[in-house]
Design a protein around this ligand. Sequence first.
Ligand code: C2O
Ligand code: CU
Length: 459
Amino acid sequence: AMSAPGATSAAALPPLPAGEHLPALPRLSNETLDAGRFQASLVAAPLVTALWGDARQTTFWAYNGSLPGPLIELWEGDSVDIAFANQLPQPTTIHWHGMPVPPEQDGNPQAPVASGAQRQYRFTLPAGCAGSYWYHPHPHGHTAEQAFRGLAGAVIVRSKADPLRHLPEQHLLLSDLKLDADGQVAANDMADLHDGREGQYVLINGAWQPMIPLAQGERQRWRIWNATSSRIFKLALPAHDMLLVGSDGGLLEQGQPIDSLLLPPGARAELVVTGRFRDGVTAGLISQPYRRGKMMHPEQERDEVLAGIMPHGMRPTQALPARLRPLAPLAEPGFRRRIVLSENMADPKAMFLINGRSYDMNRIDGTGKVGRIEEWEVQGNAHMDHPFHLHGTQFQVLARTVDGVWEDEPFLAWRDVVNVAANESVRLRFVQQQPGLRMFHCHILEHEDQGMMAQIDFL
Ligand code: C2O
Ligand code: CU
């Protein structure tokens, strides 16, 4: 059903039962004892569950019957072998978001798995790729629907040399649930197709407003995944300290104290949170107002509570190393490109464009060379923010325009998603290490499905 422009589409529903504790993500178990190998099975299938704990049943699509999908924990250098079965009523893929895997294994739209079919995903992780990644479907035209029906899961690649391994870890996978008046996962309406889908409930590890245990002075490492379609979270934790220690592609050189964290769809971050319980501040983890140029949904005007903080016992304050790891800036590029993101609301068949065109499976926007440094200037010639994502590797953001003036990024980080705000330009550098076709697109999944995607063939 389509709603009138400007209307809020999400049905008014009673609150979900609040999560008493932050649920731990179930772990995908390794089916082999061989060192350096990870072998497991994933099944995508419908899942019926009772969200309110009463007679109402909601149908999701889930990996291995869990919402979100099971956490996959790997080590640098692992060879990974996942047997995948598609029990959905439509074709799907598993995309290993942010991971340096060959194109034919990365689950992009070029290699769909038919309904009822199976395939293996096989790849070997290079050294130095420790970080927080995730997996989600990526079939042509149906990525948004499959993700919002529940298909998304976290991946952690660990390093033996992790300087923060002594800290207790919390995992927070953020997703957005939009239900219709019958309590079923709602279809996208016109406003969702324009702006990106927004629902009534932001969930963390599948729970609504769960409580996260934290002690006075305790240091915890939080890994956060934004697996929503379109929410650009401005996360804050006003009663406690936040130190940004990692981005999409693992640790920074040094922790950066922050008051808030802008986390666009698809992106991840690692924080060291220190329990402070500042007097008079009761807010837990909140998302603060951020204007992203929405055309049909209202902008967020107030703080929204995502999770509460529950004081627990006494914990020692763990030491933090001053330097986390060395990062080297990428050198002068061997090749430059300009990528323009734009909107054309006059053409409902091609509303979201990259370099003036909408995606099709045969589109190739040029060739690149494996091992050569590229510098891209990504321009948001648009009214809305579009979080830009590149497959196959991580990039370094060098600079971005603020009110038309270039400003250098304050610190180095490896990323695979960068928010490109309306009328902003972002300069980034990367190297593809493996040959083949690599997608890049807006990670508002409704925009990606509607064509804001392109691909370059690396030779
Ligand atoms: Cu997370 Cu091409 O996507
Ligand atoms: Cu977009």
